[in-house]
Design a protein around this ligand. Sequence first.
Ligand SMILES: NCc1[nH]cc(CCC(=O)O)c1CC(=O)O
Length: 313
Amino acid sequence: MTGPQSLPALRLGTRASQLARTQSGHVAARLTELTGREVELVTISTEGDRSSAPLDQIGGTGVFVAALREALVADQVDFAVHSLKDLPTADDPRLVLAAVPPREDVRDALVARDGLTLGELPVGSTIGTGSPRRAAQINALGLGVEIVPIRGNVDTRLGKVRSGEVDAVVLARAGLLRLERADEATEVLDPIQVLPAPGQGALAVECRADRPDLITLLAVLDDVDTRAAVTAERTLLATLEAGCSAPVGALAEVAWGDDGDELWLRAVVADPSGNPSIRLSATGVPTDAAALGHRLATEMLAEGADQIMAPVA
Ligand SMILES: NCc1[nH]cc(CCC(=O)O)c1CC(=O)O
């Protein structure tokens, strides 16, 4: 072969966590497989990794993304891979979402002591999660369990079950699968009960807007159905004017309907203080995913979603 081998390796910016490095490694390997271009991982440390303070005190999940974006803008890396659910909904005009690769399992998973499921956890059991979305949806099931705020990477959170600090934790199944630890889950939570975060299980491949060469190259990683789904979920989140740490769950899926592909969107705004949640769904077409997200969010706002999300003092 000629050509590709003589080009310099592309620099992929990634967070330092094991999960981030693993998923970035998969993206790098796939890009090399499809284009012949070599890719090297460049680790960027973020505030979210350095601090163990609650996310809402250090700027929300956006802290995971900010340092990678700065490295892109400063031309220290050619492109970056993020967990899509950590990406703020506001666009950065200097950057482009060049690809959304095929999505991993979207669902949340329970990892409980002694192989227990949610329904088997005795009243008074503790479930560790720092996510208001997970806390509110689990509380809504009325199981009499107690939510304990915890943070940390996947390994740290799993360790809190093993050490007995909590009876269970809830995490994204995608993270467990990528780390080859999915067998530690004791129950996969059905989205009928617990809807995942908008963008959960998906990755975002981002590069500078002034790099048309890269935008074209990275497009080979894009998956049309995943992009449509996350566009609907994220437009819903943006229209609700909710942040990444708001108690909002959303899941869009492409399905074959009578008139071709349909996009089905389900969403919940759950109330952490225990009041009834708002749970609605709508269908549209994948080619107009943003319109679907906007329409469902507008319906949820009409039902009082903004009241539920109003910051509690
Ligand atoms: N906010 C942290 C975060 N960002 C992405 C994932 C998991 C992988 C994914 O959803 O793509 C996680 C961990 C978790 O929620 O358990």
